[in-house]
Design a protein around this ligand. Structure first.
Ligand code: NCD
Length: 321
């Protein structure tokens, strides 16, 4: 499938057909239908792909690096600390420099929300957003959707409870654009400070419900998605942090208690983009239980990012399908 955008900044940059294509393509990588290795993307050109992480990362950066290498592309880690960005060069000029050195695609993480908007009219290079401030993290949401579907979690006609610091979560913002397209309702739960004051007007409000009551979210959801309290993105102290686990977090004991009391018919799968803060949004027992699916998300992250990279480079060569 062709026609993927040169810049993937947010979920809405993709059509539903393109999202379905990515789910299909990622699954083929996962099942081993498509061989990994050199010239996966083009017979005549080995692509060069750079990562530029201007913010910390464990999962996202490394899964992109593994995806790049499995696709047989050449990988460059653009080290921002030692680059001319530190001498005051603009990001646009930096990206143009990379392009003229032959780099085909750059995966960027930045603390600046909407950083890529200014590039959309005239893209300096192909870009995948690896997380921009509190705005969006589209590749995380896509790999999450893949994992929900693989697990048989009820997406179409179901409800996910996203619990935690929704307002500062770029992952939540991408899921909010993505999941309703697949018929999944979203409950946003957390203390008042963690919930949006109002929903983006582009969202279908009938697909959303907001609550401060974690128990209500658990009762009404088919599966759960926990978020870290992202203190580094707060303008002031998180006054609700003490006692968070008891009030707003999810522990295995809490879920088992609800199950034995007949309030829920089964313990739901629990997802998390990581990194998790044990003792805050969840407890150790839940993290070690079979209901916790974060490692499945990490596994799928490589396949989904392979699919995304391949799709965004499709117009480079012959391997478009
Ligand atoms: C998230 C991120 O960086 O936005 N993590 C991730 O990419 N896997 C979530 C977070 O930082 O809490």
């Amino acid at each position: 499938m062709n026609g993927f955008p040169p810049i993937l900044a947010e979920i809405n940059d993709l059509s539903k057909d393109q999202i379905n294509w990515l789910l299909y393509s990622a699954k083929r990588f996962k099942l081993g239908v498509v061989p990994v290795g050199k010239y996966q993307i083009s017979d005549s050109h080995q692509p060069i792909i750079a990562t530029s992480f201007l913010e910390n990362s464990t999962r996202t950066k490394h899964s992109f690096v593994i995806a790049i290498q499995k696709l047989g592309a050449m990988y460059v880690d653009f080290n921002t600390e030692t680059s001319s960005l530190k001498k005051g060069e603009s990001l646009e000029e930096t990206l143009l420099t990379l392009r003229h050195q032959g780099v085909d695609l750059c995966i960027i993480r930045t603390s600046v929300s909407h950083q890529f908007d200014e590039f959309k009219a005239a893209p300096p290079i192909r870009i995948i957003n690896g997380g921009d401030g509190i705005n969006q993290h589209p590749t995380q949401a896509l790999l999450d959707l893949m994992t929900f579907m693989d697990d048989g979690s009820k997406v179409s006609g179901g409800t996910v409870g996203i619990i935690g610091d929704c307002v500062h979560s770029r992952v939540a913002h991408s899921l909010m654009e993505l999941l309703p397209q697949f018929g999944c309702k979203i409950i946003l739960a957390g203390p008042e400070e963690c919930l949006p004051k109002k929903l983006d007007s582009r969202l279908d409000s009938s697909m959303f419900h907001l609550t401060n009551d974690t128990k209500e979210a658990i009762l009404k959801s088919d599966f759960l998605y926990l978020l870290r309290i992202q203190k580094e993105r707060h303008s002031g102290p998180a006054t609700y942090y003490d006692g968070y686990l008891q009030k707003h977090g999810v522990s295995l004991a809490r879920l088992e208690h609800m199950l034995s009391g007949g309030e829920i018919s089964k313990i739901p799968f629990v997802y998390h983009p990581g990194p998790a803060n044990v003792g805050v949004e969840l407890d150790h027992a839940l993290m070690k239980s079979r209901y916790y699916r974060a490692h499945a998300q990490v596994t799928n992250s490589v396949y989904m990012r392979m699919a995304i990279i391949k799709a965004m480079l499709a117009n480079l060569g012959e391997k478009d399908e």
